[in-house]
Design a protein around this ligand. Structure first.
Ligand SMILES: Cc1ncc(COP(=O)(O)O)c(C=O)c1O
Length: 485
């Protein structure tokens, strides 16, 4: 058995060149099996891709693809320019396996996650080192509920410059991602006697909806089309607050048009309602003009919420709120009550990262990467599934493709899973009743090759559904309101 140390000399892989299974899949499954059976132990160093490619007589890209897939599944960890190590024990499940059924998709178009393989490790570790060397001791004490001043200053400058906000450091609250930010806002709304929260329908049902219900608010879904929320229906809802994704509607991908923005802000000014602007992926924009944040138009009526989850990594758990002056103290108090503040060193490291221009550099590097993946997805859909209609592809890390009338989401999702492909139905994000049937594709953490392969398998799955309509209809209903995983 092979443990930590120098690279294992040989992976003992036998390729079957007559097989229809692609070579990278054969390499991947041979290594996965050797890890699972304990022949490659946690910490073992895999041979460099160049060596494996030479010994198997394949191109290096084939081996890289196999290593990347194993890294995505958590079996190995790779550092750019460094060795690839086995990350799990043979007896232990790979990362996340305990929460995932046996039917784990091999190619997962999951919800538009940032690609962790591109996390700027060196630049981040430079920021951490700077902070550890230079930070005065008092910064490591308990802080105010707003977060460290250095980060608030750097963030406000960045957001005003890039997102057109009207940010004030003294009314900014650093939090643990959007998830905590929306929890703080719901807490403050409930404490102030709010009765109803409006959300876009469809929208993400993970955060605001369960939080508001748990706090005793009723939740109203207001219909959205690709052009954004139905403002007349919002006005009729009597809501005290609304959560919007105006720059890239989740999940349909539309932009809230200027006239609707003005109408929403006029409604907020007339009624005293609060607009929560979830600006979750605005940094990624490929072929449309930039759209500024609503908060810049009406900072007294809008809470602007952002996080690094789509730009750097969700595991950092760094987010922020730009809060109207009248709510600033209450939100900061709610943050202190929740956890006494976010980790100071991480906040300071992000401040340094922003100030040194590393965030801008990282985004400049990533835009073409994600754009190529988006283009690969659109090209594959157009070639293999031309009767699906993609929408919302101009920005972000995901798109929706509407299904033709003869296909329904649950059947296609189930048939895709049978072929090892993970896609979600738009229906998972609907609050009130079934609507147009469509699929949601996150493409940011898949290679172009995996995207093409995944769409090919999905096309086979669609052919299965069309060939056997009855056998592919699962028992779940077409409209599933359970929160997305
Ligand atoms: C609609 C939406 N808002 C916000 C976020 C970011 O959430 P967090 O910052 O808690 O990771 C996500 C992440 O997937 C999202 O889909």
């Amino acid at each position: 058995m092979s443990g930590a140390g120098s690279p294992v000399p040989d992976l003992l892989i036998a390729l079957d060149r007559d097989s229809t299974v692609p070579l990278h899949r054969q390499i991947e499954s041979a290594i996965r099996d050797r890890i699972r059976t304990g022949h490659l132990r946690k910490g073992a160093v895999l041979p460099p891709t160049r060596t494996v490619a030479a010994s198997l007589g394949v191109s290096r890209g084939v081996v890289v693809e196999a290593y990347q897939q194993l890294a995505a599944e958590g079996y190995v960890t790779s550092r750019p320019g460094g060795y690839t190590h086995v990350a799990v024990d043979g007896t232990a499940p790979a990362r996340g396996d305990s929460a995932v059924p046996a039917h784990r998709p091999r190619i997962d178009f999951g919800y538009g996650r940032a690609d962790g393989g591109h996390f700027p490790r060196s630049a981040w570790s430079r920021s951490l080192r700077t902070v550890l060397a230079d930070t005065p001791d008092d910064r490591l004490n308990y802080l105010s509920g707003h977060g460290v001043p250095e980060l608030r200053d750097a963030l406000c400058a960045y957001l005003d410059r890039v997102r057109g906000t009207a940010a004030r450091p003294e009314h900014t609250v650093i939090c643990n991602g959007y998830a905590q930010g929306i929890a703080l806002i719901v807490r403050v709304l409930a404490d102030a006697g709010a009765a109803t929260l409006a959300v876009e329908d469809p929208s993400s049902l993970d955060d605001a909806v369960p939080l508001a219900r748990a706090a005793g608010l009723s939740v109203v879904g207001v219909p959205v089309s690709e052009d954004g929320i139905d403002v007349a229906a919002l006005a009729r809802s009597g809501a005290d607050a609304v959560v919007l994704t105006p720059s890239h509607q989740w999940p349909l991908g539309g932009i809230l048009p200027a006239a609707s923005r003005s109408a929403v802000l006029a409604w907020a000014a007339d009624t005293g309602a609060l607009v929560v602007e979830d600006d979750y992926d605005a940094e990624y924009r490929y072929d449309r003009a930039p759209v500024g944040a609503m908060q810049g138009l009406a900072p007294e009526h809008v809470v602007y919420a952002g996080s690094v989850s789509k730009t750097l990594a969700p595991g950092l758990r760094i987010g922020w709120l730009l809060v109207p002056a009248r709510l600033s103290a209450a939100v900061a108090e709610a943050k202190l009550a929740a956890d006494r503040g976010s980790p100071a060193i991480d906040q300071l490291a992000f401040a340094d990262f922003l100030t040194r221009g590393e965030f801008d550099r990282h985004l400049r590097r990533m835009r073409p990467v994600y754009r190529r993946r988006r283009d690969a997805l659109l090209a594959a859909l157009s070639a293999r599934l031309p009767d699906l209609t993609p929408v919302g592809a101009a920005a972000g890390l995901h798109l929706v493709a509407w299904l033709p009338p003869d296909l329904d989401e649950p059947s296609v999702v189930a048939a895709a899973l049978d072929r090892g492909v993970g896609v979600h139905g738009v229906g998972d994000n609907r609050l009130g009743g079934p609507g147009r049937q469509g699929l949601l594709f996150g493409y940011a953490s898949l290679s172009e090759r995996a995207i093409a392969e995944g769409v090919g398998l999905l096309a086979d799955a669609v052919a299965d559904v069309r060939a056997h309509p009855a056998t592919n209809t699962p028992t779940v209903t077409a409209h599933n309101t359970s929160p997305a995983p």
